[in-house]
Structures are given as C-alpha cells and as structure tokens.
Design a protein around this ligand. Sequence first.
Ligand SMILES: NC(=O)c1ccc[n+]([C@@H]2O[C@H](COP(=O)([O-])OP(=O)(O)OC[C@H]3O[C@@H](n4cnc5c(N)ncnc54)[C@H](O)[C@@H]3O)[C@@H](O)[C@H]2O)c1
Length: 343
Amino acid sequence: MASTSGQKPIGVALLGGGRIGSVHLKSLSSSRNYELLYTVDVDEARACEMASSVQGCKGIGSVDVALADDRVEAIVVCTPTATHKPIILKACEAKKHVFCEKPVSMQWQAIVECFDAAEKAGIKLYCGYQRRADNSFRKLKETVAAGSVGTVHVIKSTSRDHPTPSLHFLRISGGFYHDCASHDIDLCCWVAGEAPATVFALGSCFNPEIAELDDVDTALIALKFPSGVLATIDISRKAVYGYDQRLEVHGDAGMVQTENRPTTSCVISTAAGIAADNPYFSFPQRYEQAYATEIEHFYDYLRNDATPYCSRVDCIRVAQIADAAEHSARAGAPVDFAQFISQ
Ligand SMILES: NC(=O)c1ccc[n+]([C@@H]2O[C@H](COP(=O)([O-])OP(=O)(O)OC[C@H]3O[C@@H](n4cnc5c(N)ncnc54)[C@H](O)[C@@H]3O)[C@@H](O)[C@H]2O)c1
C-alpha cells in the first residue's frame, strides 16, 4: 500500500522489544508510511514474538542482518541508552537513517560524535523527545509563542513517574537526571526558546535500592534563563496516584496550563466528597498520541525534509543541562551553565 503522501513506505527495522519498543511497534505496524521488515532484540525469542503480530516482519537477534538488507531505509532504536552510540555508528556505515529514543547518550560529547557521523554519512538522525509531539504541550508552546500570556516569567514542570521502573532498568538508565529529568529540561528550554544561564538542583533519595545505585529518586531543578525567565522542575520516580505530568507557564498577561488527563472524565459528587478517576497509568497511555505523531513526523523528516521537532542542538543541550543539574545537586551549589560546558 502507498504511503499517505503517495510515496514509497519506509522499510524499517525496530530495535529493542522492551517498554518503549512495544509502544513503537504499535505505531510502526499500524502506519501506512512504514513497512516494518524486522524486529531486533538480543533476546531473539522476544524479537520473534513481536514480529509474529506483523505480516512480512522477521524477528532477529542481531541488527547486522537488517543493516545489510537494501529494503531497510531506517532503524528505530529502542535499546538501552548505553547501546545507542555503537548502533548509530553502525547505521551510519550502512547508510540507514536513525530514529533514536532519548537520550542519544548520557555523554553530550558522544551525542556530538553521533550527529557528526550521521552528517558525514549523509543520513538523518532524529531523537525522540516525544513531549514535543504531544498536542497539549504543542498548544501550550504555541500559546506562549503567540504572546497570549505576555512576557513569560515562570515555567513550572511537574513530572512524577508511575510505576517506579524496575531495578534492572534503573541500573542501566543513565541516572535520574539524564533518564527522567531530561524530558522536563527539554520542555522548559523549548518553551523558553533559549539555554539557561544558571542551573541549580537539589536531589534526594527515598528508595534505599535506588540510593544503593548512587542515584536519586526526587529532585527540584531551577533554571534561570538569560531573558530572566525562571523555570522549576519538580520530579519524582514515584507517584502512587498515576502518571503525573503537568506544565504551567505564567506571564505578565496570563497563565497557560496543561493538566493531567484522568482515564475517564466522570466526576462523582456525593456528601462524602468529590471523586474523579486517577491520571493515566504510565507513559505509554499518557503519550499514546505523541508517540504515534513523532513516528509520523520522522517519516515527514525523511521524505519531505520537515524541520525536526528536536534538533541536534536541542539534544546536546539537554544532556549538558542534565550534567550541570547532577553536578549542582552533588556540589550543593548553583552552576554557571556557560562556564560549566566550556570546561
Ligand atoms: N520516550 C520515552 O518516553 C521513553 C520511555 C521509556 C524508555 N525510553 C528510552 O528507550 C530506551 C529503552 O528503554 P526501555 O525502557 O524500553 O528498556 P527495556 O529494558 O524495557 O527494553 C530494552 C530492550 O532492548 C533489548 N536490547 C538490549 N540490548 C540490545 C541490543 N544491543 N540490540 C537489540 N536489542 C537489545 C533488551 O533485550 C530489551 O528487550 C532507553 O534509551 C530509554 O531512555 C524512552
């Protein structure tokens, strides 16, 4: 079947059949713009299980077979963060475009290497910070850009995870600031339209198993931008009431907020009180629309040269700010961002 634009669908291989790989499997296999040719996982049985739901798709244990196949134009990387760079460099050699789950790497220098290699190879590398594709956040961003709330004074991002990821994932996650806070850091910079001048973070750990990993599960991050805009990020690995994701921008002419969405809009009012449903269970449910949209946006980027929602500069900057936040929290002092990244 032809794609939505009448062009050839993109032959694609999906790498990694874990939490986010399962989400992208749904988007890729239901889109007219892609032909999912391979699912790849080091756990080959998992790869085969994923492929079994898609006609013409083969489950394999190594990406090499997919990279050697001329029908494959692009790969979608959903493997653990530490594996991204070697996979991207292999894809560059094989001249395959890459959609990579966030973050491209925990080290910003490695992100630079990946984008440099992609540019040299003439392939496109896109990183999936899916919140930029979420309809509510996009409307908030457009509202701010249109001046409807006036001059922005404060951006407030609240992000509390549900359920807490497994210890197995947390061990290889890259740490709280790069894995979790990177989404909120990206959102704040996207809305502010600039990089911060100052980064100040405080971190705590309430979960003893996470503390053993020398990581934190709760943080407050403050950013001050050169324009004077202040941003606060209130972030936690644990919310017992569901996946809590809220964003607010306050300006001198008003305020714009995106609230949590409950699983139903039913509100029950009785003498005992008012009861509503909890927010969505977790990220696959809350960002279902955003994940599908970003996969279609990747098609548009490859076929129609659309401006990527998230650029090379955005990806590098997020990693640098995550580094600065971690450094600030450990040192207990604010970080001058320009000075920090020039060291
Ligand atoms: N955008 C988002 O909202 C979001 C959400 C979750 C995870 N992520 C990102 O996605 C990536 C994966 O996270 P996850 O939670 O899905 O992890 P996961 O542990 O649930 O799944 C990873 C899968 O990759 C497989 N794998 C490991 N190494 C491989 C390799 N070299 N080749 C092929 N398969 C390999 C594993 O067997 C596993 O099935 C991480 O970079 C994470 O930061 C993004």
